[in-house]
Design a protein around this ligand. Structure first.
Ligand SMILES: C[S@@+](CC[C@H](N)C(=O)[O-])C[C@H]1O[C@@H](n2cnc3c(N)ncnc32)[C@H](O)[C@@H]1O
Length: 217
């Protein structure tokens, strides 16, 4: 089978380390919930593509306002996310699968979000094609990911607010400055990808750390 992701597999110890580090930055997920609220009305069917340990999906389901599905390629992350949803007592349909071959019917979701993951997809054009396919006509998708041209200062500021220990901080800073940006896209590169994906409209915004790509089917 062709590898569905770039770089190392996020299974086992690496997935558990990621979970432990990122669980200490709950404000990040609060900000993402607020972004979803801007686009998705109460009752919306929301898909999170590549939820990892599932924090955002669980927070969204916990609002009681959304029916939430999460799709991730990592068996470890799906197991962690299902366990957390059970502990939290919220219903999230966490599914194992590939962003570029989604196990969903056409026109299924009212909103879709994908955070800190798009640069890892081995087939980004396929993932965009699938995102478009599973959104209902008129619905919005939001991709938020590291920008390739991120500055050292933006990385320093972001890692500082994660509240993680010295070793995790050093590794995360190293990753965000070295190998992760190499996989990431600039605004112009993302424009080129999105313009071929068949969306009705799109807008790409930049923050010091990320690109926010808003897609309308
Ligand atoms: C850095 S983690 C981000 C997790 C989460 N969205 C967050 O913000 O913390 C990247 C995620 O992308 C997932 N992933 C990578 N390639 C994938 C693919 N082709 N299809 C679905 N998920 C994929 C990984 O398993 C991992 O959960």
């Amino acid at each position: 089978m062709t590898k569905a992701y770039r770089g190392m597999s996020m299974e086992g110890t690496i997935a558990r380390w990621y979970d432990a580090s990122n669980g200490k930055a709950p404000s990040r997920y609060d900000e993402q919930v607020a972004k979803v609220r801007q686009h998705a009305p109460k009752g919306a069917r929301v898909l999170e593509v590549a939820p990892g340990p599932g924090y955002l999906s669980i927070a969204l389901a916990g609002t009681g306002d959304y029916t939430v599905t999460g799709l991730d390629i990592s068996e470890t992350f799906i197991a962690i996310a299902r366990g957390k949803a059970l502990d939290a007592g919220v219903p999230v349909d966490f599914r194992l699968g590939n962003a570029s071959a989604m196990p969903f019917n056409d026109d299924t979701f009212d909103f879709l979000i994908c955070c800190a993951a798009f640069k890892n997809f081995a087939d980004p054009a396929g993932a965009l094609r699938e995102m478009r396919r599973v959104l209902r006509p008129g619905a919005t998708g939001l991709i938020i990911d590291l920008r390739r041209d991120v500055s050292r200062q933006a990385v320093r500021d972001d890692v500082a607010r994660m509240g993680i220990g010295v070793v995790s901080r050093a590794f995360t800073r190293f990753a965000l400055r070295s190998f992760l940006p190499r996989r990431a896209y600039t605004k112009a590169e993302f424009e080129a990808l999105v313009s071929k994906a068949g969306f009705g409209a799109h807008e790409i915004r930049q923050t010091p750390l990320t690109l926010e790509v808003e897609l309308r089917k």
